[in-house]
Ligand binder design. Structure first.
Ligand code: PMP
Length: 396
């Protein structure tokens, strides 16, 4: 019975990583991966995570019992406070396997209880958004304009115009900060305009917050958009991931934050989300959530974590500045200032599919077809090589 199954299309980012690992070219560079890399291009375990893991390993009170269906209470509470800056009985959280798990919960809930069938995603967006919502039963996946290729910035007017055409019972996914893949975020004034349209059209907002701390290096600054929607009285979901800001990619740590109009509405919503969890994964994994809870609930550990975030965000900023100045210094045609204007881990370079392909085939620089690069794939050792190669494919 399996013989007639069609082989699935490879997932671009994982296929690139596999090819990169096989490549024996000495100067190969991986700019495709969606994870932080240190100055030597190596995965980085945050020092605070190492420290907490060491404590956990020798803590006799810890065991491997199931967590509650909705997850670790200390984790969920602290995660919400980190995001919204305060506690309130109308906020609640459900732990899930990564940001992906929280998105899946948001999709299942809005389908089941609001009868939603249409989801608006930015054009472009993180590759998994469409699949998550379509697998959850959304039949209408609509892209709203976002990236203005000419200006290499936000197509704000196009975005609002598209959202104004949203049919009833639409969901919109908004990237709270450090938009993936473009690195282009709305300004505060633009967020106000976006909120206004969501209100007018009665669109249900799902904020995707996977990079808190990565845009500005400051956790509060990066939570601005989520706090704004909360202050405006929206009832909405925030899909919170700790994969990036704690470097806990494979531990699958996420929190679906529910902002409801009051405690009663929140309790009802959480109870139904628990039922969705029960049939999906029954209860979430412990290890990563316990690390996050330990750090967020200890003032001293929290300070150390902020230093680690600073280390990551500063290195990314430095690579942005250096890539820009190297491209300028060698006289690479075109404008490249967007590299330092964009926020977070990624830069949407503006390189087209053909140029990206040439970087891959001729220079062994692994880059997504869209021209998205992970800034931390750049290191002091490879940045000259990458700048020269970009110049070569642009002038070809
Ligand atoms: N949303 C966005 C915008 C992302 O970039 C990612 C991770 N690449 C996620 C959600 C999912 O994060 P996680 O790995 O925690 O599932």
């Amino acid at each position: 019975i399996f013989a007639d199954i069609q082989i699935a299309k490879p997932i671009e980012v994982f296929a690139l990583i596999a090819d990169y690992n096989k490549d024996e070219f000495k100067e190969k560079v991986n700019l495709s991966v969606g994870a932080y890399r240190d100055t030597d291009g190596k995965p980085w375990v945050l020092p605070i995570v190492r420290r907490v893991e060491a404590q956990m390993a020798s803590d006799p009170t810890l065991n491997h019992e199931y967590l509650p269906v909705a997850g670790l209470v200390d984790f969920r509470k602290a995660a919400i406070k980190l995001l919204l800056g305060e506690e309130d009985s109308r906020y609640g959280g459900v732990q899930a396997p990564g940001g992906t798990g929280t998105l899946r919960l948001a999709a299942a809930f809005t389908k089941k209880f609001f009868g939603c069938d249409t989801v608006f995603v930015s054009k472009p967006t993180w590759g998994n958004h469409k699949g998550i919502f379509s697998d959850a039963g959304f039949s209408n996946i609509v892209e709203y304009r976002y990236w203005n290729a000419e200006e290499k910035g936000l197509d704000y007017d196009g975005m609002l115009e598209d959202l104004r055409n949203a049919p009833p019972k639409s969901v919109v996914i908004l990237h709270a900060v450090a938009h993936n893949p473009t690195g282009v975020d709305p300004t505060q004034d633009q967020w106000e305009g976006i909120a206004k349209v969501c209100r007018e059209q009665d669109i249900f907002v799902v904020m995707d917050c996977a990079y808190q701390g990565f845009a500005s290096g400051n956790l509060d600054t990066d939570a601005w958009s989520c706090r704004y929607f909360k202050d405006q009285g929206f009832e909405f979901f925030i899909c919170q991931s700790f994969s990036k800001n704690f470097g806990l990619y494979n531990e699958r740590v996420g929190n679906l934050c529910v902002v409801a109009k009051d405690c009663d509405a929140k309790m009802k919503t959480l109870s139904q989300l628990e039922l969705i969890v029960r049939t999906a994964w029954s209860n979430p994994p412990n290890h990563g959530a316990r690390i996050v809870a330990t750090v967020l609930n200890s003032p001293q550990a929290y300070e150390q974590w902020k230093n680690d975030i600073h280390t990551m965000s500063q290195r990314i900023l430095l690579m942005r500045q250096q890539l820009l100045s190297k491209l300028k210094a060698i006289g690479c045609p075109g404008t490249w200032d967007h590299i330092t204007k964009q926020k977070g881990m990624f830069s949407y370079t503006g390189l087209n599919a053909q140029q990206s392909d040439m970087l891959l085939k001729k220079y062994h620089i692994y880059i997504m077809k869209s021209g998205r690069i992970n800034m931390c794939g750049l290191t002091p050792a490879n940045i000259d090589y990458v700048a020269e190669a970009i110049n070569a494919v642009v002038t070809e």
